[in-house]
Design a protein around this ligand. Structure first.
Ligand code: SAM
Length: 267
């Protein structure tokens, strides 16, 4: 998956992941509290953008945070050390080849990873193996089909669709948020619940205009612009117009909406 990872591992993408986590921390993590003294697996921690939010919220628990990218892990470690967070251990690891015994973790946490995997169900079953009976798995994913905005623009919609197509061509699924419930149930988790987390942005919320609409969402489209044109998923003129129309949603009379999905299931 690393070779084809749609967003890549550039410095710009690391900053985008940080911005995304920072501005969404309340919406996504106000309830990311695990029982005291839990051992939590964070699978696909990337540069630690979620780790640095979830770990301090659970100071009596320990996170083991894994990723297949050594570069991302290095950045994640630097962040955690610089913020003096002491309850995280980073390990190089692959969700599909977990080196932990059965039923090792009290809880599992996975954010923005399933959308990039060709076989999310197999990932869930690998994660389920290392989860204790009675433990929970928490999944957070977006769904680009949940995007709507003002002013409306067919070009902006086409630019978003180009990313969806590109991600699907790489074996991922940018519309996976709506599938969290069926995925959890099919993977055999019990008492599954999913809560949609809508991000509503207008100019009365300047932190979200810059942190979410510009630096998370539009930055994500800009980040795949070259590849989308190179792979003939969309014309250069169309995606450029789409991106400039997306910027109109960040102006004084603009509105941007997106929904994330947070799912929890019990083993
Ligand atoms: C979009 S990033 C999300 C990172 C982080 N969870 C966040 O929300 O900021 C997806 C991450 O999943 C990692 N990843 C993808 N496939 C993986 C696998 N099979 N095992 C472990 N990590 C994986 C990638 O290397 C990347 O760092």
């Amino acid at each position: 998956m690393k070779k084809d990872y749609v967003h890549g591992y550039s410095d710009r993408e690391s900053i985008r992941l940080e911005d995304q986590a920072e501005c969404l921390s309340e919406i996504l993590h106000h309830d990311s509290n695990f029982p005291q003294k839990s051992l939590i697996l964070e699978a696909g921690c990337g540069v630690g953008a979620q780790t640095k939010i979830v770990a301090p919220k659970n100071p009596d628990s320990k996170l083991i945070s894994i990723d297949i990218s050594e570069d991302s892990l290095k950045k994640a470690k630097e962040t955690i050390v610089s913020q003096e967070i002491g309850n995280v251990e980073f390990q190089h690891g692959n969700i599909f080849d977990l080196q932990f015994p059965d039923e090792y973790f009290d809880h599992v946490f996975v954010c923005f990873v399933l959308e990039h995997l060709p076989d999310p169900l197999r990932a869930l079953s690998a994660l389920k193996r290392v989860l204790k009976s009675g433990g929970t798995i928490t999944l957070i994913e977006g769904d680009h089909g949940s995007t709507y905005f003002y002013p409306e623009s067919n070009f902006a919609q086409k630019a978003i669709n180009a990313l969806v197509k590109l991600q699907s061509g790489n074996g991922g699924n940018a519309l996976i948020g709506r599938q969290l419930y069926p995925l959890l149930v099919t993977a055999g988790f019990k008492n599954c619940t999913v809560s949609p987390r809508m991000v509503y942005v207008d100019s009365s919320r300047p932190a979200l205009v810059s942190g979410f609409t510009k630096n998370t969402f539009i930055a994500m489209i800009e980040g795949v612009r070259e590849k989308a044109v190179r792979d003939s998923v969309i014309d250069k003129e169309e995606i450029d117009k789409g991106i400039s129309d997306l910027y109109l949603t960040t102006q004084d009379d603009g509105v941007f909406c997106y929904t994330f999905f947070k799912g929890v299931g019990y083993k």
